[in-house]
Design a binder for this molecule. Structure first.
Ligand code: ATP
Length: 354
């Protein structure tokens, strides 16, 4: 694991007026780049060859670096190029997936927004559960032994694949039959989780260590195929219903009943507090809690994403919530650059970068 000191030493060598906000061309890069510009920073996007056109088309980047493959990102020469440009990297979902949490922790020598320690807590399901339990959140029940399955469950595989290959089962026999189809046998590789019925909410939070303040910036619901399509045909499908799948294909905006905002804010606060207790200094910047609200109006949490999430793309121009907090269009991408700008003015970049 790269030490904080090493990263801060590199940061110490940066020319403060020349800081460049950079990210990988995918996921939420457009709003991160626009947000950096809106806050007066230079920006840069790193694209795998073939993906650059979107960023050229929208004209949101001052500089575009092309790599042939993601391996090249980690090469010493490439990292030096970023450091020479006084780059602060902004991680997002694809960034973490393509570069791998382990390699980011151990090899990515470039200063990055946030706390790298969070990667370990987010990418390991056991640790993530420990974190959520420590925060006092309500979680779906888990079944260690498939023989105990006594209700509808969802079987999940490791890695953020946007719900790919997950399956549902209602009893041990159905579980075995469907598992066989996947070709996987290793019990360590899946989690069996109670399937919670309710409505989904994915609130997007931002924690500012500078202000010691948690902000609720926006919320979305993931649009998932084929599950969201199946609901349109129940009377036609009946017995011939295909196996539901949960592949993310888009995001839908949502606001919660106003009386639910208090519990939503409380969940965010407890996740931040627990992170500070488990891996100090804890969460820094954007994160999302993936929840299902039951008919008893209780939130059941099944995942934390400790970085900017793709649902924030709905709100490049701000959301109903961010408009209450800010007098200007404040996307999560822009909020990230605002925090870096505030830290620069405060001479406390160290507190938001690792
Ligand atoms: P990502 O890392 O991109 O969030 P993932 O592959 O880890 O995706 P999850 O977010 O855990 O997948 O789940 C995918 C989808 O499955 C969710 O968006 C939600 O619709 C549904 N889902 C997950 N867990 C549950 C659950 N316990 N009960 C009901 N639905 C669930």
């Amino acid at each position: 694991m790269l030490q904080r000191k090493e990263i801060h030493h590199i940061l110490d060598g940066y020319v403060r007026d020349e800081i460049t906000i950079a990210t990988m061309g995918s996921h939420t890069a457009l709003q991160i780049l626009k947000g950096a510009r809106d806050e007066g920073f230079k920006n840069l996007v790193i694209c795998k060859r073939g993906t650059e056109e979107v960023y050229q088309q929208f004209g949101v980047a001052d500089e575009l670096l092309i790599i042939e493959n993601y391996e090249q990102f980690m090469e010493e020469k490439f990292l030096e190029k970023l450091i020479e440009r006084n780059v602060i990297l902004i991680p997002h979902g694809s960034f973490v997936e393509y570069l791998s949490p382990k390699r980011i922790e151990n090899e990515l020598l470039v200063p990055m927004l946030g706390n790298r320690m969070v990667l370990e807590w987010e990418s390991d399901r056991e640790k993530e559960r420990e974190w959520m339990e420590h925060a006092g959140l309500r979680l779906p029940e888990e079944f260690k032994d498939p023989k105990d399955i006594d209700r509808l469950v969802m079987v999940k595989f490791p890695g953020a694949k946007g719900g790919k290959d997950y399956f549902l089962a209602s009893n041990p026999e159905e579980f075995e039959r469907k598992l066989k189809k996947t070709g996987l046998r290793d019990k360590d590789r899946f989690t069996i989780q109670e399937f919670v019925i309710g409505t989904r909410f994915y609130p997007h939070y931002f924690y500012s260590p500078l202000k010691n303040r948690l902000e609720l910036l926006s919320m979305d619901i993931r649009y998932e195929s084929n599950i969201d399509g199946l609901s349109r045909l129940p009377h036609i499908l009946q017995d011939g219903t295909p196996e539901p799948s949960f592949v993310v294909t888009g995001n839908i905006p949502v606001v919660a009943r106003e009386s639910l905002l208090n519990p939503i804010l409380k969940m965010g606060q407890s996740v931040v507090k627990a992170s500070q207790e488990l891996f100090s200094p804890g969460l820094i910047g954007p994160f999302c809690i993936e929840t299902i609200c039951t008919e008893e109006l209780e939130f059941i949490v099944f995942e934390i994403s400790a970085r900017i999430v793709a649902g924030t793309n709905l709100y490049i121009n701000g959301s109903p919530y961010s408009q209450l907090l800010y007098q200007e269009p404040m996307s999560t991408g822009r909020r990230i650059s605002r925090e870096i700008k505030d830290a620069l003015m405060d001479d406390s970049l160290d507190s938001v970068i690792y």
